[in-house]
Design a protein around this ligand. Structure first.
Ligand code: IPM
Ligand code: MG
Length: 381
């Protein structure tokens, strides 16, 4: 059987980025042992590591590498204590992450939030509220809305007064394309969570915002093309509350950029730890391939960096999403998810998901967790 080869730009970034990236690469190497694939993985600096290496959060050579790769596996960027002194436009969040999203038009951000049954103790909600399980996909619009709308500026009004302006702006086609992603994802998930039919809950603020009215209209119209998917609309403030009260009512949550940023962190807390939640940021499909950037939903966690304490699972599952979406290697993706499941089921726990009451659980570091997952993969679990 011939080998399929894929080129990966691995941008580890700052804080815990490098150590969790190493574990994801370890797992990708184990995938090569089980499937007829080869990964050409090239590492390059980004974030503060980019500034230190080449004076820019996204060095030209790193961007050039991304352009010739099939996908970007991203760690995390940003170290708030280094921010003072660097103009805000040059800081990693804007100059590297937002820049990459825009450069590659990665308009669709998918964040699957799953509470593993062995980790139910790590969920902040009482058991009675878990319902029949928490399995939510947040679909966030990623290149429009308040984050990118113009004007975006701070004016000096004199008299020690300033005026800051951000602009929320969406066009019909921007809403349509992300709505299609959400409806297709819902179809693909099928009957998740024991629900008879897949469901999209579209989040907006249609009672106040012009953007919300247009969002609701366009999503409803797009939804007519998906008769097998139920569609609900929910105001964002209510959605934030419903997530805490009855998360099992949700299947796919469709959100504009700002709401998706906030709601996805809130949802991630339900999974027990940000260290468990991966994400895929996808562009348009070209010739059957989708270019994407795959990164953990959590950040750089500078307080635990370089101590072998970070949970590498979000980074490893981000690599799995890369195999699924950009490389169409569904079986290899499933094998990684199963190996993570095996490592968890065997009692391996990083500090963030440790249950002191479970005496069978074993506290492991970042590297050991990666080793256990890679081993489970090699053993065919
Ligand atoms: C995220 C992050 C980013 C965002 C930051 C780091 C710019 O919070 O990916 O959710 O706001 O999009
Ligand atoms: Mg965020």
């Amino acid at each position: 059987m011939s080998l399929q080869t894929f080129n990966i730009a691995a941008l580890a970034g700052d804080g815990i980025g490098p150590e969790v990236m190493s574990e994801a690469i370890k797992v990708l190497r184990a995938v090569e042992g089980r499937f007829p694939v080869r990964f050409n993985i090239t590492e390059a600096p980004v974030g503060w590591a980019g500034i230190d290496a080449a004076g820019k959060a996204l060095p030209e050579s790193t961007l050039a590498l991304c352009k010739k790769s099939d996908a970007i596996l991203f760690g995390s960027v940003g170290l708030p204590n280094r921010d003072p002194g660097v103009p805000k436009d040059e800081r990693p969040e804007r100059a590297a992450l937002m820049r990459l999203r825009r450069e590659f038009e990665l308009f669709a951000n998918l964040r699957p939030v799953v509470l593993w049954k062995e980790l139910a103790h790590a969920c902040p909600l009482v058991k009675e509220r878990h319902g029949n399980g928490i399995d939510i996909l947040v679909v966030r619009e990623l290149t429009g809305g308040l984050y990118f709308g113009k004007p975006k500026t701070t004016e000096n009004l004199g008299n020690s007064q300033s005026r800051a302006i951000d602009t929320m702006v969406y066009t019909t086609s921007e809403i349509e394309r992300i709505a299609h992603v959400a409806f297709r994802a819902a179809e693909g998930r099928g009957k998740s969570g024991g629900r008879p039919r897949p469901k999209v809950t579209s989040i907006d603020k249609a009672n106040v915002l012009e953007n919300g009215v247009l969002w609701r209209e366009v999503v409803a119209k797009t939804g007519e093309q998906y008769p097998n998917v139920d569609l609900d609309h929910m105001l964002v403030d209510n959605a934030a509350m419903q997530l805490m009260l009855k998360p099992s009512q949700f299947d796919v949550l469709l959100c504009e950029n700002l709401f998706g940023d906030i709601i996805s962190d809130e949802a991630a807390a339900l999974a027990g730890s940000l260290g468990l939640v991966p994400s895929a940021s996808l562009g348009h499909e070209k010739g059957g391939r989708i270019f994407g950037l795959f990164e953990p939903a959590g950040g750089t966690a500078p307080d635990i960096a370089s101590k072998d304490l970070a949970n590498p699972i979000a980074q490893i599952l981000s690599a799995a999403l890369m195999l699924q979406y950009s490389f169409k290697l569904g079986d290899a993706c499933n094998a990684i998810v199963a190996a993570v499941g095996k490592a968890i089921a065997s009692g391996n726990r990083t500090g963030d998901i440790l249950d002191p009451a479970n005496l069978a659980a074993k506290k492991v570091g970042t590297q050991m967790m990666g080793d256990e997952i890679a081993a489970a993969l090699r053993n065919g679990h």
